[in-house]
Design a protein around this ligand. Structure first.
Ligand code: URA
Length: 201
């Protein structure tokens, strides 16, 4: 079994939080262990809890559309969440839950070592861009130790707001050029300058 598959099994057996008792399934994440891009959302919802897979509901459908818009499919990327168990009633994750799950995400990052980490929504943004607000930094990136960190609105935010949907679509279009630039290649179409670099990490 691969290191990533073993880790997923450990995550599925984790009972550190009270919410592990009410879940149907844990949702460790999915994708190849050599994924270049890792998308990190907030927490599993109803459908994810039922299926044990991340982003399989409406927000997930939009995420698949976003990926397709830059020529990617779900199996090309790694998709996970800040916490791996559905909070009852889809309430916000508690600080203790985020803290308990931190080591799982750390280990996923160690194994996959993605070239780009895309945060979806404020909880994953808080992990990598502490003190920032999503309205300030969405569509902006920071490169540190060769890894690009890129903040986006959560796809669920777009479900009822067309203007945010357009913003998320536009932010997504910046990803290929950022990856190419980081690999030392000239960006094909989109300009990297369009994705402003944040001064601070
Ligand atoms: N929202 C998330 O943040 N993660 C999921 O897996 C599904 C919806």
């Amino acid at each position: 079994m691969s290191a990533l598959a073993e880790l997923c099994q450990e995550i599925c057996n984790c009972q550190k939080c009270e919410i592990s008792r009410s879940r149907t399934r844990a949702v460790p994440g999915e994708g190849p262990d050599n994924a270049e891009i890792m998308f990190i959302g907030e927490a599993p919802g109803y459908h994810e809890d039922q299926q044990g897979r991340p982003f399989v509901g409406q927000a997930g459908q939009f995420l698949s559309e976003l990926l397709a818009s830059i020529g990617l499919q779900r199996p090309d990327v790694y998709i996970t969440n800040i916490i791996k168990t559905r909070p009852p009633g889809n309430r916000d994750p508690l600080p203790v839950e985020i803290n308990n799950c931190k080591a799982w995400l750390d280990r996923q990052l160690e194994i996959i070592h993605p070239k780009m980490i895309v945060t979806l929504g404020r909880y994953s943004m808080a992990r990598f861009f502490p003190g920032k607000t999503i309205s300030q930094i969405h569509g902006a990136s920071v490169t540190k130790d060769g890894v690009i960190y890129f903040a986006m609105y959560h796809p669920a935010a777009a479900l009822h707001q067309q203007s945010l949907r357009d913003t998320i679509m536009k932010d997504m279009q910046k990803i290929p050029a950022l990856l190419q630039a980081n690999a030392g290649e000239a960006p094909a179409e989109a300009s990297v300058a369009a994705a402003k670099q944040l001064p601070l990490f």
